[in-house]
Design a protein around this ligand. Structure first.
Ligand code: 5AD
Ligand code: SF4
Length: 448
């Protein structure tokens, strides 16, 4: 029997988007290859890693309060004679650079989102006490994907990054500065990673990218291929039952992609298509390349391709110069699309982005009022959709254990959480479930 007691433990806290969840997973795989073992208890961890998000001010500030707590835990462990390495990865590192060490000098290293393949080498240096306070915020020429160990599934659903970075420069957004310009992975790399994920138990793959539908990776002949091509290739893979892609930029939704929603059976009937605002004046100030009308045209075409398709979106309220009239236009658009889920945020001024310097900043109180109104409407739509599912049956992919004994939580094709009584060995499998009850946030059902 292998004795695990001496294995060093790692703890990763992930903030922000699905891309960060994916990056954390890839870093975890690297650590496991190095002989580390995962722990969910920070106080037990020899290595603590914070994978950070810089998209809104709150997300970035959360890191520094968590780092303060990490120092207390590090001191406590040190009294017990235990060393703790503290690392920070992700977009805050790219944006804050040396500021991280100024505000938290006990951090051992900080790595940007494009250089985390260097994690093993950096950890080794720190553990041999050769160096500390290492900062790596390169935008390297090499692609980190070429240096990462093979990806493995840890459940029935997996993320797979196919594209990273963004050239859109929405005026509120830090992503083009933290994740760099667009890069698309070659088709073969993506397909090989998908095959590995399927071979290790994945039934569902969600292709990720900051602007996933601008994917333009090369095939083996060096020909640039679009996302529609990639989705069709993915659909040919044996054993894959569900396919998704996120996040899409509305102006880059082309006819090829729309056709996929008609042609590909395993492509789930749920699409996250962030509109941000329903006012053309605000969309222009945001530097979005769509208007409310062109966005609605795309939605109509997608619905035509697959009438079962439902949508989710991101919204920003209180962007500079947003009037009550502009905000009303957002509410009108919500009524037209009838989103079944959505994320909505108060505009957050991000240093270095054009919108942060704009006149016409909206007072916090008004932002809050608008957010409350918008969220009430969005939650209402979400609840209506969930209630409309009562009595219907869906394929549910079970992803996690519920709070109660014998309860599992899975997802419908529409990404709704469903609580079901089912045996533990159903985890990672797809079963038909009849929905018996629904609230705003989840469904209840029975396996049939
Ligand atoms: N303030 C508020 N929300 C923002 N988002 C991006 N930048 C900001 C910002 N400065 C939101 C957008 C985006 C989502 C990931 O985060 O809605 O789609
Ligand atoms: Fe940010 Fe706009 Fe790029 Fe999305 S499309 S990552 S919001 S700049």
């Amino acid at each position: 029997m292998k004795i695990n007691a001496m294995k060093e433990k790692y703890f990763i806290k992930t903030y922000g988007c699905q891309m960060n969840v994916y990056d954390s997973h890839r870093m975890a795989m690297m650590l496991e290859d190095m002989g580390y073992e995962k722990t969910d208890k920070q106080a037990d961890a020899d290595f603590v890693l914070f994978n950070t998000c810089h998209i809104r001010e709150k997300a970035a500030e959360k890191l520094f309060s968590d780092l303060g707590r990490a120092l207390l835990i590090k001191n406590e462990r040190s009294e017990r004679g235990l060393d703790t390495v503290i690392g920070v990865a992700g977009c805050v590192v790219q944006a804050e650079d040396e500021q991280i060490f100024k505000r938290a000098p006990y951090v051992d290293f900080a790595l940007g989102p494009l250089t985390y393949h260097r994690l093993p080498e950096i950890l080794k240096k720190i553990k041999q006490k050769k160096q500390s306070g290492i900062l790596d915020t390169d935008f390297p020429c090499e692609s980190k994907f070429d240096f990462l160990p093979e990806n493995k599934a840890t459940g029935g659903c997996s993320f797979l990054a196919v594209q990273e970075g963004c050239n859109n420069f929405c005026t509120y957004c830090v992503v083009p500065y933290t994740r760099g310009v667009e890069y698309s992975r070659p088709v073969k790399d993506v397909i090989d990673e998908a095959k590995n994920l399927i071979a290790t138990g994945t039934l569902e793959i969600n292709l990720l990218g900051q602007n996933v539908n601008s994917y333009h990776g090369e095939d083996e002949k060096g020909v640039e291929r679009n996302l529609a091509y990639l989705l069709n290739k993915m659909a040919e893979l044996d054993g894959l039952k569900r396919l998704r892609y996120t996040t899409s930029y509305p102006a880059d939704v082309d006819d090829d992609l729309i056709k996929c929603h008609h042609d590909i059976d395993i492509l789930m009937p749920y699409l996250h298509l962030p509109v941000q605002s329903g006012s053309n004046k605000i969309l222009k100030l945001m530097n979005r390349r769509h208007s409310a009308e062109t966005y609605l045209e795309k939605i109509a075409k997608l619905r035509e391709a697959n009438p079962n398709l439902r949508f989710s979106s991101d919204f920003i309220v209180g962007f500079p110069f947003e009037t009550d009239e502009d905000f009303e236009k957002t509410l009108d658009l919500v009524d037209k699309v009838k989103y079944i889920q959505a994320f909505s945020f108060k505009y957050s001024r991000r240093p270095g982005t054009p919108a942060a310097e704009m006149d016409g900043q909206v007072p916090e109180k008004i932002k809050k009022e608008r957010l409350d109104i918008l969220q009430a409407k969005l939650f209402d739509l979400q609840e209506k959709f969930n209630k409309s599912c009562i009595g219907q049956s869906f394929d549910v992919l079970f992803e996690q254990k519920g709070r109660h004994k014998g309860q599992l939580i899975g997802r419908t094709p529409y990404m709704q959480n469903v609580h079901v009584h089912a045996a533990d060995d159903m985890m990672g499998k797809i079963l038909k479930v009849k929905i018996s009850d629904a609230t705003t946030n989840s469904l209840q059902g029975e396996v049939i």
